[in-house]
Design a protein around this ligand. Sequence first.
Ligand code: FRU
Length: 561
Amino acid sequence: MKKVVLAMMMMLSLAGTGVSAQETPQILGASHAMLREPVSKRYLLLPVQEREENASIKVIAGGQTVQELNVRLAVDKVDYYVPLDVQRFGAKDLLLDITFHGDRRFTGAMKDFLCWREMKQSDTFDTANRERYRPQYHHTPLYGWMNDPNGMFYKDGVYHLYYQYNPYGSMWENMTWGHSTSRDLIHWEAQPIAIEPDALGAIFSGSCVVDKRNGQVVAMYTSAGKSQVQSIAFSKDNGQTFEKFSGNPVLTSSEEDFRDPKVFWNPEIQKWNLILAVGQEMRIYTSADMKSWNYESSFGKELGCHDGVWECPDLMKLQVRGTDKQKWLLICNINPGGPFGGSATQYFVGDFDGHKFTCEHQDTRWMDYGKDHYATVTFDNAPDGRRIALAWMSNWQYANQVPTKQFRSANSLPRDLDLFEYEGQTYCGVTPSREVDALRGKVVKKLPKTCEIVVDVKTTTEITLTNSLGEQVVMRYDVQQNTFSMDRTRTYASFSEAFPSVTTAPVYGSIRQLRIFIDNCSIEAFDAEGRLSMTNLIFPAEPYNNVKVTGGKATIYEISE
Ligand code: FRU
């Protein structure tokens, strides 16, 4: 009798919320629930509350687990929804097996969690932008979290950018390869997800190569399960879809940090080379088929910065500007340990014979002297021998906390890399890719929200951006000190103590012209000669609408779309 009354009460209370009795969760324990979901539409929209812990969801169709994901299901407030494609499994109904984690399960009765009332099916998912900080001319995912650029390659006129992606929330989780394409490195088109987690684990960072001899694109990535191991996948449709190799993993180790494979064809040894980040060193391998790998050498002991884990390597031969010399550049992203705290990109210049990299300098070098330039890697097979790099414009110190919700994080502008000599040393040159020039629109007097400011430098120069709230960013080229700096200590930063910062770069030679790119949440500063780059995020409470320049003459260009 008691049971019947209870069931009736539940049905009544659900009547007002639009949830059918069928979808009532079965609460099975302190942290465990099941929900049967008849599939009637394409998506099940899952309500997310970011400050809650992740709930682990097993999607079961016909007794088989077809997907596993972690979602911060809403307990008492919905920040946003994420779409779970429920139709693709071809099942009439699905069983969601949900385990909640964290303390909340003790404080609130699970049956009252808001997620049960707010889950809904829909044939569409609205990706129209709702964010004022979403960049206008930098790549971002339509929704969800993004970190490192992955697997970038160029083929048949199209640049492919994959990226570390969480399709089920705007914080790091469920690592998947998202995918976008572009013909001009500026305008990006979102593509379906390229590689999804599997029984070997989440899909961490890696690279793609255009395997011309076999008419395919091959992706190599880290499968991050119980251990980090390397896997490969093949694409016969120009990177649109990938089929995982049945013999995965292709490279294993007992090392804990063993990841981020960057593969490239080395014509000098007629083999594939692989550079892999392992703890605080880089390992180099060779292979004839990318399936079996030979260890060749390790690089990095007693060189460079070791205040963090080495990640996301790259290795390439580059021309030394204005000479007929070529040298090798080894890119080594490190986190933490960056010059201003947290994540940054260091590099080494030297020689590489296909087996061993030898560094020619003792000092530590940084590719970009801002605080938001990480996981930098280059495109495979770029046209005209170009080496085009993209970075993730964030820092692990606060990446999960920056004030956006619908999406989190953007990529840097594309940059061409080369080498230049200064006082007997060879450094990495960084120049905004020429495709960026097409963004220059009309010259304007008043500072727009997004723009390029070109400053012809005469002497020590100060560029101050302000808004009516008194927030400001000050950039300064100091001729005496021979430095360029950016001060963002007087702008909105309450989401992280690590955010306010003054970043300072050495200047090699003297600066004649500065190029400063402002987008809705970023500033990238370069000198016109490609010897300086500085990338910093900004979240002004209202856009900077005023610029004051001393020591130089500024021209402000609107961004033309
Ligand atoms: C760098 C990194 C990589 C790893 C990936 C995971 O930001 O930690 O080393 O593969 O992110 O998302």
